[in-house]
Design a protein around this ligand. Sequence first.
Ligand code: PLP
Length: 400
Amino acid sequence: MDYKKIFSQSTRKQGSSMIRELVASTRGIEGLISFAGGFPSPKTFPTKELSELYADVVKNEGCEVLQYGASEGDPVFKQALINYEIKSNLKASEIITSVGSTNAIFAYAKCFIDEGDYVICEAPSFLGTVVAFEAMGAKLQGIEVEDDGMDMVQLEVEIQKLIADNQKIKFIYTIPEFQNPTGVTMSKIKRERLIELAELYDIPILEDNPYGELRYCGQRIDSIFEIARMQNKNIVTSVKSFSKVLGPGMRSAYMMGDEVIIAKVALWMQKIIVSSDCVTQRVVGRFLERNMLDAQLQKISEIYKPSLNAMLDALEKYMPSTLKWTKPEGGMFIWITLPQDMSGDELFEAAKAEKVCFIPGSKFYPKGQEKYNAIRLNFTFADPATIEEGVKRLARLFKK
Ligand SMILES: Cc1ncc(COP(=O)(O)O)c(C=O)c1O
């Protein structure tokens, strides 16, 4: 059977992950220091606490949680989330749990995207999501990311252009906190402006916020969702994940938004997953209920903050002054902007000889809108001494 002939159009269009292939090409290089990954450090995983909780939940609540569960989510987990998200004053119908944020974002996008519709996103943005939108038939319009988040002037210009061109814009996708890949956090003023523009042009916002809890210094800013709720506006849907907080293998996340959207997302969930893993939902619910999250976030901060500082200090000390980089207060990534005529893709190849690697910036743009003069560095995997050595190698490369 030649399956290739009968695959659906949308399946045929899909390519393999370029980032995975790039990372695979560095495997086997002895002594390589990698800033390429996007994985959290296993040192942050609360293995002891979780193993006790899993045992406890299966022993005492097993008859309930080993059964099929509701597509909308485990009621105990949802109540714990409602308590955690106290500022947003949520009803149970305004929240749904999911298998990682990837799953909720996919279901949300399914609710809106028809072939040829537009989604507006940051450029650069998180590729995993951008390619999912593209696979559903969406066209992407990227908006530049400034030091304080998406360029709101360009956003309005592009919205007006697309409307004038009779295009349908289905939603604006943003990662406002310690963005992947730039590490940039959107300012409060821009969050408010984004809500204003969304209201003005009647376009919903999807706020993807997997890094918001990973703040190591500075002041927390209300999420776009929280700001909109305070203004009694239902234009924002927010998705948050425990992947970077507990462990991505748990695939635990949730989405909050208008109950009309959440009900439609639940319809897709019924078809795709039936429900998220009920045991894990209950475990995370109990983790929250027993107030274990604060200590966990503190532990993460103690592990990642020295690495962030080590990278920022090393960049300051060794990098040529022609380069610019972001200075995040949390998250997992730093973004280096190179001189206009320098390509991150070419540097990637040259860097292998220096035994250091990163992800070229071009890999984070919607198709056809790539910019080449940037690279993404991850600072959460290597220890501070290795980070300093890696940045020294990078600096040698730039000087060459
Ligand atoms: C911005 C962003 N959104 C979503 C995801 C997917 O996360 P999850 O593990 O919750 O599916 C990631 C993962 O790295 C991410 O960086």
